[in-house]
Design a binder for this molecule. Structure first.
Ligand code: IMP
Length: 524
């Protein structure tokens, strides 16, 4: 059995020597059948005693699209079972409309990008906080799309006046950067990079600049600056094609539009500005935090976007997003809360594989054609497995439908991310995406060409030469997972798989999702 101290001990093993004790751990789970899951008995959670009760952070552990939105939705439901809780406030603290979070209720699916995943709960409220990048027209589009499906969000959705303002100018800048830099090519094109860059170089604007009575002057000046810059590069700002979010949301296809001249640019902003003012959505969220902190009947959820593997400093540089995607990002993204205020810090991990969008190529990448129908008849078993996954789990981007890359589960990468993300437990998703006939390869550690162990390090350049080493474990019946009501009902090989991951990573696995609907969720 796991002892009280064995999990943190395992965490350092994963971090410093990912190959260590491997045979013994395989035997423990797969031969001796010691299947231990969840928090070890009497585990001391010191920080929980110091923190604000009923707070939780939900962050991605690998490369995004793990199903965070859906888990936020599940968590709200769990919190509201406590009759003392009257409201759950969901706070997005970083990222922008580069994110895509899907929530589902009774077969009704909603793709959210900026709006936190509270929309299916009447007792839910949402804050888009200062750490976010917000394009006002995107927000207007998304609010009307969501309100058509779930009714009014009036007085339940708030946007920080300090949020980073993104306009078509930053999007044009991203288009320009892409032409110059290979690294920028995998980006979503939503202007996230340039907007954050101008937060750091202090030249950027905030939501309060748009609401300022002199907004026209401020934004005219900005257009002129960009125009000069583009002319300097021999390019035309007004005829640059920028992503058109509103049309993309309606059509489900990535669409662009010409940025247009200064008048067109200002006119578009004026419409969005008028809407923001009429909605009274922009507010001082710092004061909201102060208020909510003291109210015991209010639960707080921090909804991360993207994932630890995309963090700007500790992710797969250079193909990363530009914010702090971990639980540590809560501090900067709210300007109020800090890590140790948060009672539960949960990392979300897609299993038994990792998907990825972008230009990066991970060591456990499986080559697949863009269209599955192009898969050749002599495809390897691995490629066939990846094709099954892409199809079964519909691994296509939430907004643009881009096919996602499929990678084998990579424990050195995940172990590093678990440690660096400030989490203390894991919830797994997609456990039902598996077949009994599958042989699942798990990358346990890396070696160099000489066979010596090498650690995972953030940054793609460190991954070029590593050779992933694998264990192969049996698959399980995914459909049977969907029917499970408790851990013991899961197919035995799914149980062993979870126990093995817990043992190797050193973080308790405290729940899994076994299908798309709210009820397909098991808590251990
Ligand atoms: P950016 O955030 O648009 O700058 O994109 C930077 C990198 O992060 C690219 O590889 C994107 O594909 C990736 N990325 C950004 N947001 C998400 C997300 O929500 N899920 C998965 N990948 C993302």
């Amino acid at each position: 059995m796991l002892t009280k101290h064995s999990l943190p001990h395992k965490q350092s093993l994963t971090f410093f020597d990912s190959h260590y004790n491997l045979e013994e751990d395989v035997q423990t789970v797969y031969e001796k059948n010691q299947i231990v899951i969840g928090w070890p008995e009497k585990e001391e959670r010191i920080f929980a005693k110091l923190s604000r009760p009923n707070t939780a952070a939900i962050v991605g552990i690998a490369l995004g699209d793990e199903g965070k939105g859906r888990l936020v939705d599940n968590k709200i439901e769990t919190l509201l079972k406590n009759k003392k809780i009257k409201h759950v406030v969901v706070i997005r603290y970083q990222g922008g409309s580069n994110a895509g979070h899907t929530v589902e209720k009774k077969g009704q699916k909603l793709a959210l990008h900026l709006i936190p995943s509270f929309v299916f709960h009447e007792q839910g409220l949402g804050i888009m906080d200062q750490g976010m990048v917000v394009h006002p027209e995107d927000l207007q589009t998304e609010v009307s799309y969501v309100e058509e499906m779930v009714g009014s969000l009036q007085d339940r959705l708030f946007l920080s006046e300090d949020a980073v303002l993104c306009t078509d100018l930053e999007r044009a800048e991203e288009v320009h950067n892409r032409a110059l830099t290979d690294h920028a090519k995998g980006g979503t094109g939503r202007g996230i990079g340039p907007s954050y860059a101008h937060h750091y170089d202090k030249s950027g604007l905030r939501m309060y600049d748009l609401l300022n009575p002199s907004w026209e002057e401020i934004l005219s000046k900005r257009y002129e600056q960009y125009d000069k810059l583009f002319s300097g590069f021999g390019e035309s700002l007004s005829s640059t094609n920028v992503p058109d979010f509103a049309t993309t949301v309606k059509s489900g296809k990535a669409t662009t539009r010409k940025l247009g001249d200064k008048r067109t640019f200002l006119k578009r902003l004026e419409i969005a500005r008028f809407w923001l003012l009429k909605r009274e959505i922009v507010t001082n969220t710092y004061l909201l935090h102060r208020k909510f902190f003291k109210r015991a009947e209010v639960a707080i959820l921090f909804e991360g976007a993207q994932a630890a593997g995309l963090d700007s400093w500790t992710g797969t540089r250079p193909d990363v997003t530009e914010s702090n995607t971990t639980a540590h990002g809560v501090r900067d993204g709210t300007g109020f809360w800090q890590l140790h205020d948060i009672t539960e810090r949960i990392g979300i991990l897609k299993m038994p594989y990792t998907s990825s969008v972008g230009a990066r190529r991970m060591p456990t990448h499986i080559d697949l054609p863009k269209k599955l129908s192009d898969l050749s008849s002599d495809a390897t078993p691995e490629q066939k497995w990846a094709a099954f996954i892409r199809d079964e789990a519909q691994e296509y981007g939430t907004t643009t439908g881009r096919p996602r890359d499929i990678n084998l589960l990579d424990l050195p990468f995940i172990g590093y991310n678990c440690r660096i993300a400030g989490i203390e437990s894991i919830i797994g998703t997609h456990l039902d995406i598996c077949q009994e006939k599958d042989q699942i390869k798990i990358c346990t550690h890396y070696t160099n060409k000489r066979g010596d162990p090498v650690p995972y390090q953030p940054g793609l350049r460190h991954l070029q030469e590593v050779i992933p080493q694998y264990v192969v474990v049996p698959g399980w019946n995914g459909k049977a997972c969907q029917k499970a009501k408790a851990f013991d009902d899961l197919p035995i090989h799914a149980q062993k798989f979870l126990a093995f991951l817990q043992l190797r990573l050193g973080f308790p696995i405290t729940g899994v999702t076994t299908g798309p609907s709210r009820s397909n969720f098991l808590s251990f």
